[in-house]
Ligand binder design. Structure first.
Ligand code: F6P
Length: 568
């Protein structure tokens, strides 16, 4: 068998390696002066405008990136994903999150079976159940309406739903349908997170949704047992049936936990945890909060991008362009990070969600065939909403390290404010920054300009901005449920494009396992030391010293303590 080819061995990759040296001689100040070039770097689909003219790239660069995509068989890989092939080869699974938002009449096959009817049967069940809870026809054990929901889950069973919830919270239509209701998320196994999440809630009016694909995640299961105790202690063990429901692929474990499987919402192995926000993982808690019709709009927005990603040619394909430009920045310029900068407070949880989607997907060291990569894959994602980020880490991105930036702007604010006598509206003020920052990064400020402004010579080096720092801008028409779905799918697919071209498996996550198994060893030791006084053994000097210090300092905890729940 011929040895698998790495993308870095291809002519297209080598060509780009040479080309980047040419591009390094250019400055964005000059590239931006070419209006034709800039025009060709604007792409619009379904109201979303991408402007990538502030990338350190020419039309020739983009053509060379398309050649790279061809060598990587990008289009074939996208087709294989949509066709339900087992492209997640290390787990032998299809990758079909696109099926979660497909229209009812679509046909998407996994293992010879159309999965869309199953998807819609769960969506119908969610619609029915959430309407019963919201209307008060499903009540708690004491007959009270369940107006508050705590979703217990971590990683992909938390970050996506939290992002969408945070984004919808200030949308006028979503506000109307959420009146009188609360949705909270308990993720960290830290008991402080339990305390924060149950504070101010009454078990009588609370529904707990345990969200876990595997139903084995240590953090989620301990948090679920903790909230089960919180409900039982207040309302008696029989109340659990009315106050706890689940979302999982593992309905056997759901039942074992004590949740009626009729009150569980299924999803499937072909949905990766970090790609699961459009499954019951997100749709169920969000429907409880906002009603199914709002959430359906979110699914429609994502579906619109799914169709665009599948069918648009590369030069007009927003996720493809974004993915290829990321590869250009990471693999050819060697920029290890990417800043995600939404100029919308409603998107404050977008970067944390994309951190998982991107870094858990593409943070890999070997190719899909198991060959050690001779290049770095993945990037370090971080971000904050503008303008808060400007007063935090923008110093570094303007004058320190080069960090390619994604600026995300919204044309119409969810919550416009106009003050009589002000120069501009509050949203215009925000957006002034959205438009200004990319130019500040691209153009910078030269010593000559500073001389002309009579800046004292000793300050000139400090006030000089080199510029030539790449960014791209995404402009959304508004930020309703539909647009939120579009944004999500654009990033999901962009990350898949990167993985497809790098030739890695973006859909497994073996890297999270080692830490989990070492924690199991520590847990056993803590138990043995506390209950049987066993000495700390089998750890290196450092861990043994820390563990011993921890155990000694908490020696007053009884071996079998009574149940204690937070009291804040
Ligand atoms: O962090 C590892 C991980 O497996 C993620 O991929 C996943 O999103 C998260 O744990 C939660 O898993 P589960 O939904 O099975 O509880």
């Amino acid at each position: 068998m011929a040895s698998p080819t790495l993308i870095s061995d291809t002519e297209a990759w080598k060509d780009l390696k040479g080309h980047v040296e040419e591009i390094k001689k250019t400055h964005l100040r000059d590239l931006m002066a070419d209006a034709e070039r800039c025009k060709s770097m604007m792409v619009e689909f379904d109201g979303v405008l991408l402007d990538y003219s502030r990338q350190r790239a020419t039309n020739e660069t983009v053509d060379k990136l398309f050649k790279l995509a061809e060598e990587a068989k990008l289009k074939e890989k996208i087709n294989r994903m949509y066709n339900g092939e087992h492209i997640n080869s290390t787990e032998n699974r299809s990758v079909l999150h696109v099926a979660l938002r497909a229209s009812r009449d679509a046909v998407i096959q996994s293992d010879g079976k159309n999965v869309v009817p199953e998807v819609w049967s769960v969506l119908d069940k969610i619609k029915d159940f959430s309407e019963r809870v919201r209307s008060g026809s499903w009540v708690g054990a004491t007959g009270k309406v369940l107006k508050d929901v705590v979703a217990v889950g971590i990683g992909g069973s938390f970050l996506g739903p939290l992002f969408v919830h945070t984004a919808l919270q200030t949308d006028p239509e979503a506000i109307k349908s959420a009146r009188g209701r609360q949705l909270r998320f308990l993720a960290n196994v830290d008991p402080i997170d339990v305390a924060r999440n149950i504070t101010g809630l009454n078990p009588e009016t609370t529904l707990v949704v345990v969200v876990s694909k595997t139903f084995t995640t240590a953090e989620t299961m301990l948090n679920a047992r903790t909230l089960r105790e919180w409900i039982s202690a207040a309302l008696g063990p029989s109340a659990v049936a009315k106050h706890m429901v689940a979302v999982s692929t593992n309905l056997t474990l759901v039942e074992k936990f004590g949740i009626d499987p009729n009150n569980a919402f299924a999803f499937w192995d072909w949905v990766g945890g970090r790609y699961s926000v459009c499954s019951a993982v997100g749709v169920f808690p969000l429907s409880l909060q906002y009603g199914f019709s709002v959430v359906e709009q979110f699914l429609k927005g994502a579906s619109s991008i799914d169709q665009h990603f599948y069918s648009a040619p590369h030069e007009k394909n927003i996720p493809v362009l974004l993915g290829l430009l990321s590869i250009w920045n990471v693999s050819f310029f060697g920029h290890p990070a990417r800043a995600i900068l939404p100029y919308s407070q409603a998107l404050e949880k977008f970067a944390p969600h994309i951190q998982q989607v991107s870094m858990e997907s593409n943070g890999k060291g070997v190719s899909i065939d198991g060959v050690l990569l001779p290049f770095e894959a993945g990037e370090i994602d971080f971000g904050e909403p503008g303008t808060n980020g400007q007063h935090s880490f923008y110093q570094l991105i303007h004058q320190g390290r080069v960090i390619p930036c994604d600026f995300i702007g919204v044309v119409k604010s969810q919550q416009p404010v106009y003050l009589k006598g002000e120069v501009v509206s509050n949203h215009d003020e925000l957006m002034s920054n959205f438009f200004a920052q990319p130019d500040a990064l691209a153009y910078g400020k030269t010593p000559e300009q500073l001389h002309k402004e009579n800046v004292p010579p000793h300050l000139i080096p400090h006030k000089t901005f080199s510029g030539n720092r790449p960014s791209l801008s995404l402009l959304l028409p508004s930020l309703n449920a539909y647009n939120i779905g579009q944004l999500l799918a654009i990033y999901e697919h962009r990350i898949a494009v990167e993985g497809f071209v790098w030739g890695i498996n973006s859909f497994d996550q073996w890297g999270v396992e080692l830490g989990k198994s070492l924690a199991t060893q520590v847990r056993k030791q803590l138990h043995a030391s506390r209950t049987k006084g066993e000495p700390v053994e089998g750890f290196n000097f450092s861990t043994a010293t820390l563990l011993t210090r921890y155990l000694e300092a908490t020696a007053d905890i009884p071996a079998d303590p009574p149940t204690l729940l937070p009291r804040i």
